[in-house]
Structures are given as C-alpha cells and as structure tokens.
Design a protein around this ligand. Structure first.
Ligand code: PEP
Ligand code: MN
Length: 366
C-alpha cells in the first residue's frame, strides 16, 4: 500500500531561508481519547509539525502501563482531524505496522529497544515493503553506530519514503545526571557517514528529567541537528509513563521560543568544520570526567573496605599490576608511554587522597 502524506519534513523546515527545527511533541503514551485530544489541542498553535503518542509501549519491567494498543490509533486520527497536525507512533512488529498503515498514521518510528535487533528491524522493513510512509529510526539502546546505520539501511531498502534518525541517547549502568548518555559524537559520526540523513534529537529520553531538557535541546541545535522530539502532557505528574520527563504544552512552547538556532552551514555535517570537531571533543571530555568521577567513587568504597579490614591504603602489588596492564593497553592504543605514565600517577595520587579522606586520617604527603 502506498500512502501519500502531505507532511512537512525535516528537509523543508525553514522560514525566510533561516533553518527551523522540525518539531515533534505529544505525550509519551496515548492514555485515553480525552488525554490525546487535550494534548493535541494544546499543542496546535505552538508550531509543532508532528504529534506523537506511543500506542504500544515497550516497558522494561512487566506490570507497568503497556499502552492502550490498536484502539488508540483512532484517537490519534481524531486528533489529526481536529487539529490538522500529522500524527506518529512507535511500531515494533508486523502487526503494529499493518494496523498503522490501515488506520493511516502519517509517520512511524522504530524505538531504541527494537533498533538493537536486526531480526525485529528486518520484520518491520518487510511489513513496510513498497510503502512510502516516513520512518524515524531511534538509535539502539547501546552506543553501536553500525547497528543504527544497519537499521536505517534495512528500512531504506524496503520503502520509497523518507527515513529520518532520532538520537535519544545511550543507556549505561548506574545513576547518572542524564537518564541516557548523549554521546553526541555518535550522532556526528552518523551524520558524517550519511550526510543527507536528517537527525532529530529526543531531549526527553536523554535528560529523563524535565528541568534538564532545555539544555539538551539547545546543545542539539548547537550541533546543527534538524529537529526535536519532546514529550508533552497536559498533566505531566499524572502521566502513566515517563512522568518525570514530560513537560506541559506551554512549557514546550516557551522552551522552543528560548532556543538559539545557529547557522545551518556551520553544522557538523562538514567533517572539516572546526566547530564540529571541537564539539565532539567537548563531548568526549565530558564523558572522561564522568568516568573519572565513577572511578573515584569506587576508590572511596575501596578505602572504606580497607579501613574496615585494617588494610593499608597503598598496596604495592596491585599498583604495579595496574601500571603494567594500563601501560600495555595504552601502547596498543597508540598512546605515548610518557603521557600514560603521568596520567596513571596522577590518577593513583588522587585515588590515594580519596581513600585517605575515607579513612579520616591526615593527608599522606606524596
Ligand atoms: C518513546 O519515545 O516513548 C520511547 C519508548 O522511546 P525510546 O525507544 O527512545 O526509549
Ligand atoms: Mn517516553
């Protein structure tokens, strides 16, 4: 079946030649017809190009809200009829795709938990064979660029419609500031490998908390991303999924108004561009610092253990082993021996200081 959707696309969003982000908003999940209509009405005059709501929700744990299923597709269509805003939802299998095509949903997206599985993506691609409905492919849960590219390629082979990417961050173990690590360098690498691809950022799923969404959205604009997908709900505190990261339509509008949109020609699609390289570097440094923080927290725990077991802070055998293994890893990675020695000495010194603090002793003069 070939559909023909009169939809604005991230390719065409510009006003008087000035780039504008392609805007997607709506609740995490379609909870009831009334909730969907209320959200769509409230978003109608915010400049949003596409209304989103999950109908089948992939939940990490059972016994949580899993979406209203197929019947909720009609609520999206009713929202489009009333507001004129095209609608989008997530698909994870053939049955989802067929139901959406039958109902006339304008845009479909493949979620992060589905992109990780080439079997699942291939199944969706086959269900889409010969159609031209626009598809958005979210990055896989973990930071695997090839897997993301592979999913985009599978969909592109099957359909004649546009395929866009959504950067929603990458999961990692443990509590961090953001729910998902942005790892901007992966999106930049995707853009470099597929320069014609339109990449939309999903600050809601990166941030995980509404107060951090604005910062992430601005960063996406600084990187020259083509659009933003942000979850909104008229009563975020009552949302049945992702309550902490949903904002009200009014907050959505204010956030969009407050963004600084930079010159598209300075975006990261040009790999020679100094700004793009520096932004990649900023992201790497941010992650290195985050990792060092985690390492020092472990050092503190070790200090606590040593204190409880009457052990000394300095354990020569372990230190020699650390020095030797890291030296070999660094050499294999092509890093200079002098650099890595200095780095290890500094890390060790800080680790001892932290453990010493944990033991509540006077600082050892190193
Ligand atoms: C969503 O958009 O609500 C969603 C489930 O996203 P993700 O696949 O990025 O987790
Ligand atoms: Mn969500």
């Amino acid at each position: 079946m070939v559909t023909n959707n009169p939809i604005v696309s991230p390719q065409s969003v510009s006003i008087n030649g000035v780039r504008r982000p392609f805007l997607i908003s709506g609740p995490c999940s379609a909870e009831s017809e009334q909730q969907v209509l209320e959200a769509a009405r409230a978003l109608q005059h915010t400049g949003v190009h596409l209304f989103r709501a999950g109908v089948w929700k992939p939940r990490t744990r059972p016994d949580t809200f899993e979406g209203r299923g197929e019947r909720a597709l009609k609520w999206l269509i009713a929202a489009r009829q009333e507001t004129g805003i095209p609608v989008a939802t997530e698909v994870a299998n053939t049955q989802h795709v067929e139901a959406c095509l039958k109902e006339g949903i304008d845009v479909l997206w493949i979620g992060a938990r589905t992109t990780v599985s080439p079997f699942a993506v291939q199944e969706i691609a086959m269900a889409l064979e010969g159609t031209n409905v626009p598809i958005m492919v979210k990055n896989p849960m973990h930071a695997d660029l090839s897997l993301w590219m592979g999913a985009i390629e599978r969909v592109r082979k099957a359909t004649t419609g546009p395929v866009w990417a959504i950067h929603r961050g990458f999961s990692r173990y443990g509590q961090q500031e953001y729910r998902n690590a942005p790892m901007w360098e992966i999106s930049i690498a995707l853009q470099t490998a597929m320069p014609e691809l339109r990449i939309i950022c999903d600050p809601s799923h990166i941030a995980g908390k509404r107060e951090l969404i604005g910062c992430v959205a601005q960063k996406a604009m600084d990187l020259g991303m083509h659009g933003l997908m942000m979850e909104s709900h008229c009563h975020p505190e009552l949302a049945l999924s992702d309550a902490e990261q949903q904002i009200t339509p009014v907050q959505f509008e204010n956030l969009i108004r407050g963004l600084t949109i930079r010159d598209a020609h300075k975006g990261p699609s040009n790999p020679d561009n100094l700004d793009a390289l520096r932004l990649q570097m900023d992201s790497i440094d941010e992650q290195v610092i985050e990792l060092l923080k985690t390492r020092m927290n472990l050092a503190r725990e070790i200090g606590h253990y040593k204190k409880n077991h009457g052990m000394t802070i300095l354990q020569m055998k372990r230190w020699k082993e650390v020095f030797k293994t890291r030296g070999a890893w660094a050499e294999a990675a092509g890093l200079g021996p002098e650099f890595i020695e200095t780095y290890l000495e500094q890390v060790h010194k800080e680790s001892i200081r932290v453990q010493n603090e944990e033991m509540c002793q006077k600082n050892i003069d190193l």
